[in-house]
Design a protein around this ligand. Structure first.
Ligand SMILES: [Zn+2]
Length: 78
């Protein structure tokens, strides 16, 4: 199996994982293809990202405050 085939394979897995994490398809594919296993690790580490109810940016589920818009999340349970 050539390296390009491996890259495409990694890219496809990247799409599957990225889709679940709410990442863009193209971004996930490129990330997966270029970084391979390293990218998966990064995606897994950033798993369970939630959308900020105010600005819709991805934030950590344990965050009390949105890092993007400063929205207070302490009251809002998700
Ligand atoms: Zn926000």
């Amino acid at each position: 199996m050539g390296y390009i085939a491996v890259m495409i394979f990694c890219g496809l897995i990247g799409i599957v994982i990225g889709k679940r994490k709410g990442m863009g398809m193209v971004k996930s594919f490129i990330g997966g293809a270029l970084l391979g296993p390293l990218c998966f690790l990064m995606i897994f580490l950033s798993k369970e990202a939630v959308d900020c109810p105010k600005c819709a940016e991805k934030i950590k589920p344990k965050a009390k405050k949105c890092i993007h818009c400063g929205y207070e999340l302490a009251a809002a349970t998700k």
